[in-house]
Design a protein around this ligand. Structure first.
Ligand SMILES: Nc1ncnc2c1ncn2[C@@H]1O[C@H](COP(=O)(O)OP(=O)(O)OP(=O)(O)O)[C@@H](O)[C@H]1O
Ligand SMILES: [Mg+2]
Length: 326
């Protein structure tokens, strides 16, 4: 029933994960139930998942199956009500989260937003400013350092939120549909940028998306979740070597792999749609893209906006603070 952080010195619970080394994240029968009694919602699990250090794992699944809930558990924002999630941390704040709705502060300048995570970690002002500037440069936002979020396009705001998460150099990057609101062109550009960054710096990434294409382009592994309560249905390794770029999507092999994933997911999306009184799979879903948007999403955008991406606050009702990096 705990979210636990183990130190690099070795927690026996995290040992013995095979030749790739001990896992960075391990979920063991993780479950989350919201509410009590007749109104209880079994949102997640039991879910078992292991993510190795430096691995980029993409998670796909029907709307409402508990993907965001799982990410929030890993981030220490929400507690599991059953099972456990272990995070092997080498620093006090190992994870940074990028939210679908950006989660940036409208009253702070672009630079102050990017510096935020560094400020709360006590990085000296001069160094924090230099690191924020370097990431803004990298994201093509240098000239907007003193602008406010309302002066930026949606894509630029998302870049600010990515820069803010990356600026703290997190061991683990948790990304919840970060590109969902962007147009196709910008999405491809940011996918390429993210690939380049992660391939150069080997970060551990857990990336939730509704796009099978995105999952295949980005992931070392694609994890398919069932309809709520979300469990792991299958895991597949995209047959495309790294370094990889978004161009792999042009190949016939890519289409075949996407078809395989969609075959796994389709029944779950249909089950989810039927459960909420809708038709079977939507036309968008059949392509595996944007498969099942529009379901009720408590715990989604508004909820996420309340928590700064790089300084997650455990939910008050969750009991003692998650011992991240303890
Ligand atoms: N704070 C909450 N209180 C009550 N129920 C919640 C809460 N957060 C999530 N839920 C419920 O838990 C289930 C899983 O929600 P979650 O947001 O994790 O799904 P998801 O897989 O991320 O969906 P989507 O793909 O639409 O973003 C849903 O049924 C949702 O209504
Ligand atoms: Mg979600």
């Amino acid at each position: 029933m705990t979210v636990q952080a183990a130190t690099e010195s070795g927690d026996p619970a995290l040992a013995g994960a095979g030749p790739a080394g001990p896992p960075k994240i391990r979920a063991l029968g993780a479950e989350r139930v919201f509410g009590r009694g007749a109104k209880a919602v079994h949102a997640l699990g039991p879910l078992d998942l292991t993510v190795g250090e430096g691995e980029f794992v993409c998670v796909v699944g029907p709307s409402g199956c508990g993907k965001s809930t799982f990410l929030r558990i890993v981030a220490g924002l929400t507690r599991p009500t059953g099972g456990r999630v272990e995070v092997r941390a080498g620093s006090p704040n190992p994870a940074a989260m990028i939210f679908q709705d950006y989660g940036i502060y409208p009253w702070k300048t672009v630079e102050a937003n990017v510096r935020f995570g560094l400020d709360v970690r006590g990085v000296p002002r001069g160094e924090a400013r230099a690191r924020a500037r370097a990431w803004l440069e990298r994201m093509g936002l240098a000239e907007f350092a003193h602008a406010y979020p309302r002066q930026l396009s949606g894509g630029m705001r998302q870049r600010v939120s990515i820069a803010r998460a990356l600026a703290v150099e997190p061991e683990i990057l948790l990304m919840d549909e970060p590109f969902a609101a962007l147009d196709a062109q910008l999405r491809t550009i940011l996918q390429d940028e993210l690939l380049a960054i992660c391939q150069a710096e080997r970060r551990t990434v857990l990336f939730v998306t509704h796009s099978l294409e995105e999952a295949i382009v980005l992931g070392d592994r694609v994890v398919v979740m069932s309809a709520r309560p979300g469990r792991i249905l299958a895991e597949r390794v995209p047959p495309f070597p790294r370094p990889r770029s978004a161009e792999v999507r042009e190949s016939a092999e890519f289409a075949a792999f996407r078809g395989e994933l969609w075959a796994l997911l389709r029944g779950e999306v249909e089950a989810e749609n039927l459960a909420r009184g809708g038709p079977g799979a939507t036309p968008g879903a059949q392509s595996g893209e944007g498969s099942s948007r529009g379901a009720p999403r408590p715990g989604g955008a508004a909820d996420q906006a309340a928590a700064p991406a790089t300084q997650p606050a455990p939910e008050p009702a969750a009991g003692p603070a998650a011992p991240k990096g303890a």
